[in-house]
Design a protein around this ligand. Structure first.
Ligand code: 7RM
Length: 651
């Protein structure tokens, strides 16, 4: 969370940005009454959105709320893949571009809606031929290639539950997720390109599969081009199959199955406050309704837009705002495989120019990196087609917001700062680009139909405290996979029947919401959620480590980076080699995103009298406020002195 001083500065923000009149006139939503009408009849309001989708059978009842369990559009029958593909083809829009994909080396593929429909149908038949049935879990571990979206949609077509695992995760992380979900099938690729190097996904998958007993079959996509030529993969007979061989053998016709609105659509694992990630469960009708509605309203999506969200499909943003929301809207979607600085730092802007991107959605960490790289990169390209800019993943600092507005948006594009989570499934707090006067750094107001509040520990309304979501919403998580107790404890135990997202927030005198960041032991590193406990577990797993404490350290670009305090076993020296080894160990255990930037050896971890690790003190040390030279922590006397000095503050 921000310091009090920083926060006051934020709340004194007096710059205001009104949507340009020309934007307002053409906006999908430009009538302020929507907030009031949605609040007075939320079920009627969400029904109107749901009715814009195609249902095989209408719902009988909109909402059943038996806290903490909600059901939406009860009795309704629907299929997500059908809504993203078939209905557009049937409406005569099959020749419209659905996906514009570009690989990091510059190879490109595009799919019309008719082509994507065929590919998805074929792959759905492949899933069937491998024995996948409705309700079975399928793990998808792919780079950002079209087959990632195809595999997701193919699962939804036959009612299989996908669990997408980000390609940057390690074999151990992949195995944990396979095992928790009891996945029957894994879909991976020979590799993907990232910063000019191959990410060896199949090799990682092979390592994971040694500890994933439930996985019976593996489908391997040949990424193509030089990568496939250069990458030797070992195919295990009877278990591993090439994607291109399988799709060649099946028909391209596969009717979408009728799913109950409350059937599970997917599981997505996300970090929490324990060492074990949670499988967040989303269902079908409500999820698609809110993903569809927010894509249309928040991005002001129109037929001639070219829409690009730079997230990875391994995160919820990729699920809701690369695949399901945009395709349900029949959008023209750009998808890019690689890094923003390959071959050079102008890569994103070159893609915006090349494809005429009109809506661009990215994360504050990326915006801060672009800022640092300098205006000359975006200035080389024609960005005049851009008309809406979005940001998500962490609080955006006003400097970065202003830079985005001026340099990327040419001062003409509304910025939508969208707050939401894996658990919320879709956008919850956001400006509407044709209505909301924005201020740099605030996500402004709940989306129409969403009710949020700021509460204190006891559940009283306050102006600075915890963010709370006070009414059920269609795309809310329904469960933590296989762990009802954790579902209840994590999200529903702070206050009765009110959802606790784990974020701190403030409201200013104009009623704008300022999200301040996590209040639990979850870090946000470059927009990625990482539990401090996950990193601590990885560290103590190393033979030299007795105990560790992990905290977030302010970082100019990533927002936070990871600082690890480590106590070693007796007789083991805290050498530089060991520092490197520990960092590599965490990276190998979890994935490169969890690699600590700073590792400090300490004789003991400073603890309060009641035995709680003094995390605030550790943060002060990591950020250079508490002591000058961190190596002195190896001296037990230094730790004792610090402990005594800070005992009162930490309580
Ligand atoms: C979509 C996503 C969720 C956490 C959430 C917040 C932080 C996300 C914003 C934000 C301030 C925002 N899902 N967060 N968006 N904080 N302003 N616009 O990021 O599950 O991976 O992370 O991210 O702390 O709780 S997530």
């Amino acid at each position: 969370m921000s310091d009090a001083g920083e926060l006051d500065a934020l709340l004194q923000e007096d710059r205001r940005f009104r949507p340009p009149a020309t934007f307002v006139d053409q906006a999908n939503i430009n009538d302020r009454d929507i907030y009031e009408s949605a609040a007075s009849d939320p079920e009627g309001y969400w029904s109107k959105w749901a009715a814009e989708l195609d249902w095989f059978e209408p719902w009988q009842r909109v909402l059943k709320w038996s806290p903490p369990h909600a059901e939406w559009f009860i009795g309704g029958r629907i299929n997500v893949s059908y809504n993203c593909l078939d209905r557009h083809v049937e409406a005569g829009r099959g020749d419209r571009t659905a996906l514009i994909w570009e690989g990091e080396p510059g190879d490109a593929r595009t799919f019309t809606y008719a082509e994507l429909h065929r590919e998805v149908s074929r792959f759905a038949n492949v899933l069937r031929s491998l024995g996948i049935k409705k309700g079975d879990r399928v793990t998808i571990y792919l780079p950002m290639i079209p087959e990632a979206a195809i595999a997701m949609l193919a699962c939804t077509r036959i009612g299989a539950i996908h669990s997408v695992v980000f390609g940057g995760f390690s074999p151990d992380s992949l195995a944990d997720r396979n095992n928790d979900a009891e996945s029957k099938l894994l879909i991976t690729a020979d590799g993907g390109w990232r910063r000019g190097s191959v990410v060896p996904l199949k090799a990682n998958a092979d390592a994971a599969l040694e500890q994933s007993p439930t996985v019976q079959n593996v489908v391997v996509v040949a990424r193509g081009g030089d990568l496939t030529e250069q990458t030797a993969v070992t195919m295990k007979m009877g278990r591993d199959h090439w994607y291109h061989d399988l799709v060649a053998e099946v028909s391209s016709s596969c009717p979408a199955v009728s799913m109950d609105s409350e059937d599970t659509l997917f599981i997505l694992y996300t970090s929490g406050t324990t060492g074990k990630p949670k499988g967040v469960v989303h269902t079908t009708g409500g999820y698609l309704t809110q993903a569809y509605a927010t894509t249309k309203a928040v991005f002001d999506l129109k037929d001639d837009d070219v829409y690009w969200c730079t997230a990875d499909v391994g995160w919820i943003t990729g699920h809701s705002y690369i695949v399901y929301g945009p395709l349900a809207n029949c959008a023209q979607v750009v998808m890019y495989e690689g890094a923003p600085d390959t071959p050079d730092r102008g890569r994103f802007w070159q893609l915006c120019e090349k494809y005429g991107v009109t809506i661009f959605y990215t994360a504050p960490t990326a915006i801060r990196a672009f800022m640092r790289w300098g205006d000359e990169w975006p200035k080389k390209y024609d960005l005049s087609r851009l008309r809406v800019l979005g940001t998500v993943g962490e609080p955006i600092n006003p400097e970065a917001w202003m830079w985005y507005h001026e340099v990327i948006g040419g001062e003409r594009c509304p910025i939508v700062d969208t707050w939401w989570q894996t658990e919320t499934g879709a956008i919850m707090i956001t400006p509407l680009p044709g209505l909301t006067e924005t201020k740099p750094g605030t996500a402004t107001h709940p989306f129409p139909g969403i009710e949020a509040a700021i509460r204190d520990e006891s559940g009283e309304d306050t102006t600075a405290g915890y963010l709370a979501i006070t009414k059920p919403w269609p795309s809310m998580l329904r469960a933590v996979w296989g762990d009802e107790q954790r579902f209840r404890e994590t999200y529903w135990s702070k206050w009765p029947n009110v959802y606790f997202p784990g974020d701190g927030a403030k409201v200013d005198e104009d009623g704008y919401l300022w999200i301040l960041g996590r209040v639990d032991d979850v870090l946000n590193v470059a927009g990625h959620r990482i539990g401090t406990m996950e990193v601590e577990s990885a560290l103590v797993d190393h033979r030299a480590v007795v105990e560790s404490a992990v905290v977030g350290k302010a970082h100019e670009i990533k927002g936070e980076s990871i600082a690890a305090f480590v106590t070693l076993k007796e007789g083991i020296d805290g050498s530089d080699e060991l520092l490197t080894e520990l960092r590599t160990h965490v990276s190998a255990k979890i994935g490169a995103i969890a690699k600590p930037e700073l590792v400090v050896f300490t004789a003991e971890l400073p603890k309060t009298r009641s035995g709680k690790i003094m995390r605030r003190l550790l943060r002060d040390i990591a950020e250079g406020r508490a002591i000058g030279d961190t190596t002195t922590l190896a001296d037990p006397e230094v730790v004792k002195r610090l402990q005594a000095m800070h005992e009162d503050e930490e309580g």
